[in-house]
Ligand binder design. Structure first.
Ligand SMILES: Cc1cc2nc3c(=O)[nH]c(=O)nc-3n(C[C@H](O)[C@H](O)[C@H](O)COP(=O)(O)OP(=O)(O)OC[C@H]3O[C@@H](n4cnc5c(N)ncnc54)[C@H](O)[C@@H]3O)c2cc1C
Length: 362
């Protein structure tokens, strides 16, 4: 069996899938590894149903390339305006099946699942081996900087007080429209008065169905549903599948790259000479009570992500994409959304292919 690959992509969420396909399409032999049994990451396994960060505030798509191709393939409808932003509705099961399809049909790309990162070897300031493969370069798409941590490269953590976890589940059989703030208040006020942590409800693709993001514990969901059934008109028959309640973690860990994107860069709509991706998503912070605060860019603007934020500062052949991006705690609160992860994944896949073509050590 061949044990040498040009590029190893660790993590097969939004960023990893796109990074691996782009690297392989650029002609590099590519391996994608994930500790899960299948590709998809947070976008495929957390019950989330909207791709954020793909568009500017006029609904114009911000990035071309395979990230855009993947988003168009997974889309269930045209983009939808929610407040000041546009999002793209999708189904997680389609996200997972498309990920499998792209990974299994792209030439030069092989995958190993149920395979946690292991045995990372650094020699001469470069990663030379992992999981028994000799590698030319590595892209860390784990969301938690696992490659960098394995070799002691510098990382920093998200501020968990502004990137709190949420319990996500699907609430069905809701016979009530929730289109106006007044509709929503009729649901949320009784819950708040009864002392429940905050609940966020977003209409799903199925009729009478909502995606719920709950700031409490998974164990509290049955109690929450019992309360809604007993106390809120239209929710008398509401229900969820208890085995599909997921706790999803917004917080992650970022790698210190050659440039650390800042919250100021985001809000100022900063541009860079080595820009490789664009984003216009606001800085989105969630506290432990489920309260969300958005800080928006000026109307009509977007910020850019430089190639230097996709390259580790200390390890020559370590590249970065997705939630592991070299960004401070404010900037990642914008750049962690999936539209941006797809864009940085594509950029990292292309960058690493260019790097290897010009590297004498390939
Ligand atoms: C509650 C919540 C709600 C959200 N809502 C939205 C939303 O509505 N829209 C939106 O666009 N974004 C949303 N996001 C953000 C978005 O989902 C994530 O930030 C994004 O999906 C991260 O993608 P990624 O590819 O960087 O990482 P992930 O999708 O987290 O993928 C990382 C992959 O790496 C693998 N991995 C980790 N460690 C190892 C290891 N040691 N070895 C091998 N593999 C490993 C994991 O198994 C995983 O498959 C939400 C996030 C949360 C938590």
């Amino acid at each position: 069996m061949k044990t040498r690959v040009d590029i190893a992509v660790i993590g097969s969420g939004a960023a990893g899938i796109v990074a691996a396909v782009c690297a392989a399409r650029a002609g590099c032999s590519t391996l994608i590894l994930d500790s899960r049994s299948a590709p998809g990451g947070t976008g495929g396994f957390s019950g989330i149903t909207t791709l954020c960060g793909l568009y500017d505030d006029a609904g114009k798509i911000l990035n071309d390339g395979f990230g855009r191709e993947f988003a168009q393939a997974v889309a269930e409808s045209a983009p939808v305006k929610m407040g000041k932003v546009f999002v793209l509705p999708y189904r997680p099961e389609k996200f997972r099946s498309l990920a499998e399809e792209f990974i299994s049909t792209t030439p030069n790309l092989r995958a190993q699942f149920n395979t946690p990162l292991a045995d990372v070897v650094v020699h001469g300031g470069r990663i030379t081996r992992l999981n028994g493969f000799e590698v030319g370069a590595v892209i860390d798409c784990t969301g938690t900087a696992e490659v960098a941590r394995a070799i002691g490269a510098e990382t920093f953590a998200t501020d968990e007080t502004t990137q709190a976890s949420a319990v996500i589940f699907t609430l069905c059989k809701v016979w009530k429209s929730l289109t106006t703030p007044a509709d929503m208040a009729q649901v949320l006020l009784p819950l708040a008065r009864a002392g429940f942590p905050s609940l966020n409800l977003q209409a799903s693709l199925e009729p009478q169905t909502f995606t719920a993001k709950f700031a409490g514990l998974a164990e509290q969901v049955p109690q929450l549903i019992a309360f809604l059934r007993a106390n809120v008109r239209g929710f008398e028959q509401c229900e969820t599948s208890l085995d599909k309640i997921i706790t999803a973690h917004r917080a992650g860990r970022m790698i210190v790259g050659q440039y650390v994107l800042t919250g100021e860069d985001v809000l100022a709509g900063r541009k860079f000479p080595d820009a490789v991706a664009r984003c216009a998503w606001p800085i989105e912070q969630w506290d432990a009570n489920g309260a969300v605060r958005f800080r928006y860019l000026s109307p009509g603007t977007h910020y850019e992500i430089p190639a230097r934020s996709l390259r580790a500062a200390q390890v020559e052949n370590l590249f970065i994409a997705g939630k592991t991006l070299s960004a401070d705690v404010d900037a990642i609160a914008s750049a962690r959304v999936m539209g941006c992860c797809l864009a940085t994944g594509a950029a990292a896949g292309n960058l690493v292919a260019d790097y290897l073509k010009s590297s004498p050590l390939r």
